[in-house]
Write a protein that binds this ligand. Sequence first.
Ligand SMILES: Cc1cc2nc3c(=O)[nH]c(=O)nc-3n(C[C@H](O)[C@H](O)[C@H](O)COP(=O)(O)O)c2cc1C
Length: 331
Amino acid sequence: MKCLPEISVAPMMDWTDRHCRYFHRLISPHALLYTEMVTTGALLHGDAERFLRFDVAEHPVALQLGGSDPADLARCAEMGQAQGYDEINLNCGCPSDRVQNGRFGACLMSEASHVASCISSMVEAVSIPVSVKCRIGIDDLDDFAFLDKFVSLVAEAGCRKFVIHARKAWLSGLSPKQNREVPPLDYERVAAIKERYPQLEIILNGGINLTSQISENIDEFDGFMIGREAYSNPYFLHEIERNILKNTGQLLSRDEVVLAMIPYARAQREHYGTPVKSITRHILGLYHGELGAKAWKRVLSTLPYEADAAEHVILSALDAKNEAAARQKAA
Ligand SMILES: Cc1cc2nc3c(=O)[nH]c(=O)nc-3n(C[C@H](O)[C@H](O)[C@H](O)COP(=O)(O)O)c2cc1C
């Protein structure tokens, strides 16, 4: 029998910070959670402790690195391992200008042998898995042979796991947002890579917002990475736990997740001075499609931004949601 697929939440800059990951973990005990991309420059010359900080509850958690210097990447991979991360991932999929100027992200796909050098340095430096997240192509380098060569060289350097965003990236002319929407999805090309390299772990990413998409493709891939849907509709992760990962155990209801966020927000405020708005901004989508969702969002879009707001605003939002839901039910 085939093993259950790996389910992960995508690295998303400015979104999947540690507060967001803590929240996702409350909903999904099993999903592998990725950090936002952290550049080697930020880790080596900035406040590394702050960039690498995470809560033990987040495990399993993977650190995504952005960079292209093999020695720097090896050093940062070591730092990630020492901090307790479960996997180190190299970003070869981000098309932003800023990232291209630093010669990393998606533009690295045109330098497969250089990526291979980066991977071998990283693999040598750590004992935890090192993975790559890439696109199916960039610009006019956009056919199976190109992706095949990239995967082959990088795998030879020691990478056993590829997360493939199933659309190519245009390196100029499109914004990062457009690059997540305009180039068409091509799951078949990713499936063809899995067929050619059955020994590699191939994770499909891009456009997944229904569990049926996962069920339909479950035999083709080793796992599925969810990005935007996990953020805008986080309880989708609950549905995945139940329907895909066949978790029949106790899972938290939406309201229980909310109640668990309150002591978390209090602890973050007390230990780090974290304003509650830095936490509540990630939980706006929790009641997506549910009665009272509007009231929930409305309260969380105002109260946390008032001076001296603290974690009790979460309870106020829950009360407002419940009152609105009761009114809607009665109507
Ligand atoms: C706001 C935002 C930030 C992102 N930041 C990163 C990032 O730091 N590293 C990365 O590899 N991909 C990043 N991505 C791309 C996602 O990881 C993912 O590949 C993409 O959204 C496609 O998956 P989806 O269709 O499930 O959203 C980002 C996406 C979004 C929406």
